[in-house]
Design a protein around this ligand. Structure first.
Ligand SMILES: Nc1ncnc2c1ncn2[C@@H]1O[C@H](COP(=O)(O)OP(=O)(O)OP(=O)(O)O)[C@@H](O)[C@H]1O
Ligand SMILES: [Mg+2]
Length: 140
């Protein structure tokens, strides 16, 4: 049923729960591929060099750690895992990579690292639910 699943993670507790759900689902439906992505915000050009390169490597380093933890939490699944780090607006990048990789399911948390208490859905999950072309599984 689901051949290519995209799990999006941001280092939050919700995203870790999404990782467990994506892994459980993958063990049941046995997809062909599992993509795991982290998106980091673009670095403004006005920072200039060398600050821009320093900022880029720091964000990439953080993203790598988030990705590594998520892949560990996914554990053993019966398909290849493709980890990816993208730069851009999180929702747009998630929607775009789901489209280009022909994913038929996106799994993500309801909330992330945002601080606004009381929100049921964060802005990233809201935008992805609203604009993705495939089903989206939101994990609470
Ligand atoms: N930068 C990101 N890269 C990959 N996935 C992300 C990213 N940001 C959020 N997500 C995914 O979206 C889910 C919901 O996060 P979201 O950003 O919508 O909530 P929030 O951080 O609480 O709210 P907001 O960002 O609007 O302040 C996360 O659990 C994660 O699965
Ligand atoms: Mg967020």
């Amino acid at each position: 049923m689901f051949e290519r699943i995209l799990l999006s993670v941001d280092g939050s507790e919700h995203a870790l729960r999404a990782a467990h759900t994506a892994a459980d689902l993958a063990r049941i439906v046995k997809p062909q591929e599992l993509y795991v992505v982290v998106v980091y915000d673009p670095i403004p050009m006005y920072l200039g060099e060398p600050n821009m390169q320093i900022a880029i490597s720091s964000r990439k380093g953080e993203a790598e750690k988030i990705l590594e933890t998520a892949v560990q939490e996914v554990g053993e699944v019966p398909c290849p895992i493709h980890p990816g780090i993208l730069e851009g607006s999180p929702a747009e990048a998630i929607i775009e990579v789901a489209k280009t990789s022909e994913c038929d399911l996106i799994v993500m948390g309801s909330r992330g690292l945002g601080q606004l208490a009381g929100l049921l859905l964060g802005s990233t999950s809201q935008k992805v639910v609203a604009h993705a072309r495939c089903p989206v599984l939101i994990v609470r």
